[in-house]
Design a protein around this ligand. Structure first.
Ligand code: FAD
Length: 323
């Protein structure tokens, strides 16, 4: 049976993140003839609606308001609920980002819906949907079906099949007016500090160069940044490196850090503790550089280099520069 699907566009610094297109394409696949809608919430975001029809959106609901400049649960819930009323969805898809995770829980409670978190695959369509999600810190996968009511799912970036454009759907834009009251007006009283590893968004990066305690100092990260620059990669880190003060916690990958799924993950001086693997073991290709041949990271690596990262990494950078 046809299902209406509503996708919450994931907006970061005035741009749509790739996961938005991945979710809209997935919505088009699973709707089984139902309507695919996108909720676009924020300040000065209306222009981002253009082009979503090409990825399968029948309709884009826009709530463009100064109150939505920064994420606050109350204002966003109110705006998103307005889109839900308009779209009447059976399935809501949100990114498995800080905002998506927070809002999904709020919406699932509000709608009495079944929630599936951190989805990496969706099989089937219409009434027969199976969501795959990692469990036990990525050691196993579970398949989940929601057998009745509305479904709210958060989708891990970079996992669903790449977005396919060229669908030429209407992508009709409808602006919804939402009035915010004092109860919705939690505001950001300090500034929002953007911490990026190298100008490339870590959770959406196609290539990540990651450093661990083996990097030995903040200065030791320099060759990793140089390699990342040549590759157009983001720089990540283990918690060991963050705890040691070599880099900011915004770079931490793992169970209590970011979960990433790049095409290429280069682990430099990282031992491969289970908590680190939880955040990166689903990377498509893993290269490990470690001077200890027994390091557990080699068990998950596709390519292992036993050596000193301070020799290997600059060598890789030089070779790649010559390409
Ligand atoms: P180490 O384990 O010290 O490894 C350093 C490696 O560098 C070694 O293998 C060594 O051989 C190699 N090395 C040293 N010098 C060189 C050199 N010159 N060239 C090449 N190799 C070299 N960790 C995370 O990463 N992310 C998490 O989210 C996370 N969450 C956690 C949550 C909990 C509840 C707990 C208890 C722990 C968590 N940890 C997490 C910590 C985790 O258990 C490890 O302590 C941590 O990942 C180790 O970091 P590391 O690999 O950088 O350091």
């Amino acid at each position: 049976m046809a299902k209406n699907v509503l996708v919450l566009a994931d907006v970061r610094r005035g741009k749509l993140r790739n996961v938005t297109y991945e979710m809209v394409s997935a919505a088009h696949r699973i709707a089984d003839g139902g309507a695919v809608s996108v909720a676009l919430l924020g300040k000065d975001v209306a222009a981002l609606a253009a082009g979503l029809g090409d990825f399968g959106a029948d309709r884009v609901y826009v709530v463009d308001a100064p109150e939505l400049e920064h994420y606050t649960p109350d204002a966003y819930k109110k705006a998103f609920m307005e889109c839900v009323r308009a779209a009447n969805p059976d399935i809501l898809l949100l990114a498995h980002s800080a905002v998506g995770k927070d809002l999904a829980a709020v919406m699932a409670t509000r709608l009495g819906a079944g929630q599936v978190s951190d989805v990496i695959d969706i099989e089937g369509s219409g009434d027969h949907l199976t969501f795959t999600r990692p469990i036990y810190a990525g050691k196993a996968f579970t398949k989940v079906q929601v057998t009745e009511g509305v479904v709210v799912a958060t989708v891990r970036p970079n996992n669903l099949p790449p977005a396919e454009g060229g669908l030429g759907k209407a992508g009709q834009v409808e602006t919804l007016a939402v009035t915010f009251g004092p109860q919705d007006l939690a505001t950001v009283v300090k500034e929002i500090v953007q911490k990026t590893s190298s100008g490339v968004d870590l959770s959406e990066a196609k290539i990540i160069v990651s450093g661990g305690r083996g990097v030995k100092s903040a200065e030791g990260f320099k060759p990793l940044y140089e390699l990342a620059e040549v590759l157009g990669a983001a720089v990540g880190a283990s918690r060991g490196a963050c705890d040691a003060g070599y880099c900011d916690y915004a770079l931490q990958i793992g169970q209590t850090g970011k979960v990433v799924t790049p095409d290429l993950y280069i682990a430099c001086g990282i031992s491969g503790a289970i908590q680190h693997l939880a955040g990166m073991s689903n990377s498509k290709v893993i290269v490990a550089i470690n001077k200890d041949p027994e390091a557990p990271i080699f068990q998950v690596a596709d390519y292992g280099i036993v050596g000193d990262l301070f020799e290997v990494v600059p060598m890789m950078t030089e070779l790649l520069k010559k390409e």
